[in-house]
Ligand binder design. Structure first.
Ligand SMILES: [Zn+2]
Ligand SMILES: [Zn+2]
Length: 381
């Protein structure tokens, strides 16, 4: 009887374990692969208890997996260790703790650290480093040289952060010219957390600098982002040959990125137009105009980004919708009324729309030509 009781207890413990193991789900973010590259979703800036963050390093990996990210960097402050009485200072610990889980879950974990100085030069992220503890040096220029020696790259974080720029407008200092002239400034955060810095976007475009969007989370991500409202954390889409540290580094060194936050994309026209073209499909752009001039048209958007289109050509306002919201993952159906002149010539008509949430400069959004095939008498075809 004694044995039986023992077995029952074991059985109970085992069944309890199984009962309480909750299934986990990964939310895939659909953005098409473009130009022969994979579109990787990355966040290169976040914190853990090894600086002023409130979470353990493996928690960052689990969050990233659940949110559909492909690669992350843990970038704890080098010069700010408020928990050092409880958590020993070691600038490689966060990476070492998280790397096995990241590996198991297929998340590329990039070793990083945040060089935390007053402005200028402000906060700089060193990523793709191999020894964080060697970066504890007084002179920030020595730190930069050490990063370079380790094969790392430097990104300028939150250039308009109000604690360092009271008006929230980024300023370019001689220190940034020094970094840029010496080819040691790879990227700038155009988006940090929930802030967008328009001027930083123009700098990236003008000076051939990589465009970045990072969360800079300190708490659990869903404490800092309202998933119902913004949908997702700030992240960078990286166009890389594969999901590996080397391929991501190659993409960053060659400006193959787009910043993403709150259903807005910020980046170079060639990437944004490709994302749009590979996401949006006309179910039928053949507009039958026999007997009447209106026709129904369907446009499918296979991506997870809702494209907000606005007609820009005054002349075309007669027959085409002023606004089209191509909702993420949905097909929109609407009527168009072809212009009489267009029908007479029997041609393909190109109608230009502005995509309000595809931002290609501080005061510029992407223009996409939608092509409508008009035919007076399709029966003849
Ligand atoms: Zn910072
Ligand atoms: Zn930070």
């Amino acid at each position: 009887m004694k044995h039986k009781k023992f077995y029952l207890i074991i059985l109970f413990v085992l069944s309890s374990c199984f009962c309480f193991s909750q299934a986990q789900y990964r939310n895939k973010i659909f953005v098409p692969d473009i130009l022969g590259y994979k579109t990787l979703k990355c966040d290169f800036h976040m914190h853990t208890v090894f600086s002023d963050g409130d979470v353990w390093p493996t928690f960052r990996v689990r969050e990233a997996w659940r949110e559909g990210l492909d690669a992350i960097a843990l970038t704890d402050h080098l010069e700010y260790q408020p928990k050092k009485n409880y958590v020993p200072t070691n600038h490689d610990h966060a990476f070492n703790i998280a790397k096995d889980l990241a590996n198991e879950l297929g998340i590329t974990l990039i070793k990083g650290a945040e060089i935390t100085r007053s402005m200028p030069p402000g906060h700089l992220n060193a990523i793709f480093i191999n020894d964080g503890n060697s970066l504890i040096l007084d002179n920030w220029k020595d730190v930069i040289n050490e990063v370079k020696k380790q094969g790392g790259i430097i990104n300028w974080n939150h250039p308009g952060w109000r604690s360092q720029q009271s008006d929230g407008i980024p300023k370019w200092y001689d220190e940034h010219s020094f970094l840029h002239d010496n080819k040691m400034l790879t990227g700038i955060e155009v988006v940090n957390g929930i802030e967008f810095y328009p001027l930083a976007l123009d700098w990236c475009l003008d000076k051939n600098i990589t465009i970045l969007s990072n969360s800079d989370v300190h708490d659990p991500v869903n404490f800092e982002y309202d998933f119902d409202k913004s949908g997702r954390r700030a992240m960078t889409f990286v166009f890389a040959k594969e999901n590996s540290s080397d391929a991501i580094k190659d993409a960053l060194l060659n400006q193959r990125t787009v910043a993403y936050f709150n259903n807005k994309l910020y980046g170079r026209e060639k990437f944004l137009s490709e994302i749009f073209n590979k996401s949006v499909f006309f179910k039928s752009n053949f507009v039958k105009t026999t007997g009447r001039e209106t026709a129904m048209l369907q446009i499918e958007n296979k991506s997870d980004i809702t494209f907000q289109l606005e007609l820009i050509n005054e002349d075309d306002k007669v027959g085409y919708p002023l606004h089209i919201d191509l909702m993420a993952g949905k097909t929109v159906l609407f009527n168009i009324r072809a212009k009489k002149d267009d029908i007479k010539i029997n041609k393909n008509v190109i109608v230009n729309y502005r995509v309000k949430n595809l931002i290609v400069g501080s005061d510029k959004t992407l223009i996409v030509p939608l092509e409508f095939n008009l035919d007076i008498n399709p029966a003849k075809k």
